[in-house]
Design a protein around this ligand. Structure first.
Ligand SMILES: Nc1ncnc2c1ncn2[C@@H]1O[C@H](COP(=O)(O)OP(=O)(O)O)[C@@H](O)[C@H]1O
Ligand SMILES: [Mg+2]
Length: 267
């Protein structure tokens, strides 16, 4: 067993200990060790996948940038042409910056390095503020957002900035994936020891086979949708909810709409 353990490296995670059939602590130890190898193996695999996804996401905007610069440099151009080219380059740069920012946030949430800065948060007030901030965006798309502030306070201890990001990410999707004349209904409710926030839209919905994966990193549906996002918004939202001891659930009906329910523990 010791010899095998010496051979195990990050690149060699498939190795397993031979489990002796001795029905004693040594057998138990070998089994436990193999289980640990499985866990680490899965973690390594998902890190590798993450690496691949990040590289892929970086490649696209960089390829576009490179192409634009190369074309621009083939001859001397007018000031207007340079301006148009710089504007378009800036869009790609903003995209890369947004990706870096999202990845940094995820990495911090992951490493638990970013323990939520807990303060008293009035959930209804906070959500009202977020809706006020994105109303303009929704109006541009012809989507209405309703939120009736329920009576009674809903306060919890949480990191207000993180919680804002959580709800903003869900609302941003609701706007993005709801066609003209749609409606987004936001409501909050107190349950026994949690606050439930429901965000219900009349958007394009998410097919059943995808709904289990929308919280995965870089997962996004591609079918004829505007795939401007990176597919990180919901994984960030989920990490934030979990850092607060809460959960997020989604249910959806294709072409009818999607409902997200965020549950956060009250005090
Ligand atoms: N309200 C919604 N209605 C329909 N589809 C949604 C909704 N919210 C999320 N999705 C789907 O889940 C995917 C993942 O969401 P998210 O992590 O925020 O990534 P994105 O950057 O694409 O918005 C989206 O690409 C979209 O296909
Ligand atoms: Mg999103």
């Amino acid at each position: 067993m010791i010899k095998t353990i010496h051979q195990i490296t990050a690149e060699n995670m498939a190795l397993k200990l031979k489990v002796p059939d001795t029905k004693d602590e040594i057998q138990h130890l070998a089994e436990t060790f193999n289980e640990m190898l499985d866990r680490l193996g899965r973690a390594f695999k998902s890190q590798k996948q993450l690496f691949e996804d990040i590289s892929h996401e970086l490649k696209t905007p960089l390829t576009i940038l490179k192409g634009e610069f190369e074309v621009a440099l083939t001859k001397v151009r007018s000031a207007d042409e340079y301006e148009a080219m710089l504007k378009s380059a800036l869009e790609e740069i903003n995209r890369i910056a947004k990706l870096a920012e999202s990845l940094l946030l995820l990495a911090r949430l992951d490493s638990k390095e970013m323990t939520p800065q807990k303060m008293d948060v009035d959930l209804n007030l906070m959500i009202k503020g977020i809706i006020n901030n994105i109303k303009g965006l929704a109006e541009l798309k012809g989507v209405r957002i309703s939120f009736e502030i329920p009576t009674g306070e809903l306060s919890l201890r949480g990191d207000e900035n993180q919680l804002k990001t959580l709800f903003l990410n869900i609302l941003d999707n609701a706007i993005k994936y709801t066609p003209h004349n749609g409606l987004i209904e936001v409501s909050t409710k107190r349950a026994t020891s949690v606050a439930n926030v429901s965000i219900k839209d009349t958007g394009i919905g998410i097919p059943g086979e995808d709904i289990g994966r929308i919280f995965d990193r870089f997962y996004r549906l591609d079918t004829s949708r505007d795939s401007i996002g990176f597919g990180l918004g919901l994984s960030i939202a989920k990490s934030i909810a979990e850092a607060h001891g809460g959960t997020i659930r989604a249910s959806s009906e294709a072409a009818k709409g999607t409902t997200f329910i965020v549950s956060l523990p009250l005090y």
